[in-house]
Design a protein around this ligand. Structure first.
Ligand code: ZN
Length: 328
């Protein structure tokens, strides 16, 4: 009888242990494993400051892991008090006032058309299955005032939105890249279909480019021409920017590829676009794509060297020597 008691005791301990393990496993099952357990402080600073350097990105580092699923239930647009309508499919959710219903139905196919272009150039499109079930939320605002109202709900950042046609708001947390929203400003968008499509593709490129970066590795700070330039290059397929002779002289004198920023906004956007066009002219598309892939985990100098076998300064000088090809 005594012996039976011991065996029963051992069995009981075993059963309790097994049960505990199942409970622990079940709890852990819904949690995405930590992707970025140890992001370097310099990269965290960069993430928190990207929005200071460009108008159409707001990014932040969130030190708290975000529980899964990352669906769209908590989107601001789901709140009935906003009065926003929704247009939803398997990849996107559009939130818009009734007056922009027609625009929403025009924007939906434009967003889908961006996917193959982004897959080709950026290397990957991030579907809901890559984002713990989260679809891309795209807000359409009628005018400057409603755009700014939306932004005040979306972020505590006090950016200047006066010249912002579209914006991408995201955060990097320990469990990965989380897109809060893309928003288009009716002050600039919806009248001209081609321009609206360009803004949408530009912002969707930001989403997929920044989602591709391996924040767990040292990245330091990417110059803004790298990220704004690729968004312009993807957003205007087959088109080339053009510049006045004065602008070309200014870029020749002032643009430093290694600096965080070029002096003028058009130098970052159209100038950045021209750098990618030049890369394609001189080194061809596969090398351009290899360069981009390099920037996801390597410092700029390494990415340039591996893709083009030149230094950053050499690439800069080659671009400057070829800027006449972009004269209008
Ligand atoms: Zn941009």
């Amino acid at each position: 009888m005594k012996r039976f008691g011991v065996i029963a005791g051992i069995l009981l301990v075993f059963l309790i242990s097994a049960f505990s393990l199942v409970v622990i496993y079940d709890k852990g099952k819904d949690q995405k494993p930590l992707r970025y357990a140890d992001i370097p402080q310099e990269t965290i600073d960069w993430i928190n400051n990207i929005g200071d350097e460009t108008n159409d990105i707001i990014s932040s580092f969130n030190p708290t892991p975000r529980p899964t699923p990352w669906d769209n239930d908590d989107d601001i647009g789901q709140d009935p008090e906003t009065g926003l309508k929704t247009l939803e499919d398997e990849y996107f959710i559009f939130y818009f006032p009734e007056s922009l219903k027609k625009a929403a139905y025009q924007c939906q196919p434009m967003a889908h058309q961006a996917i193959p272009r982004i897959e080709e150039i950026v290397g990957k499109y991030y579907y809901p299955s890559d984002m713990n079930g989260r679809k891309v939320p795209i807000y359409l605002s009628t005018d400057q005032q409603s755009f700014e109202q939306l932004m005040s709900k979306m972020t505590s950042s006090s950016n200047d939105y006066e010249n912002v046609a579209g914006i991408t708001v995201w955060e990097v947390g320990l469990s990965g890249f989380y897109l809060k929203c893309i928003a288009l400003n009716g002050k600039y968008c919806f009248r001209d279909k081609k321009y609206t499509k360009h803004v949408m593709w530009h912002e969707l490129t930001h989403y997929c480019y920044y989602a591709s970066i391996d924040y767990g590795q040292y990245n330091g700070r990417l110059p803004m021409w790298v990220t704004e330039g690729i968004a312009e290059y993807v957003g205007y397929p087959g088109e080339r920017p053009s510049f006045s002779n004065d602008q070309i002289q200014e870029m020749r004198q002032g643009c430093d590829f290694s600096a965080p920023h070029f002096k003028y906004v058009h130098e970052v956007y159209q100038g950045g676009h021209s750098i990618y066009c030049f890369m394609e002219d001189r080194y061809r598309l596969p090398a351009l794509k290899q360069f981009l892939k390099g920037t996801y985990s390597e410092p700029l100098a390494t990415a340039v060297q591996q893709a083009f076998s030149v230094s950053v300064r050499q690439l800069e000088n080659e671009w400057k020597a070829n800027l006449d090809k972009f004269e209008r």
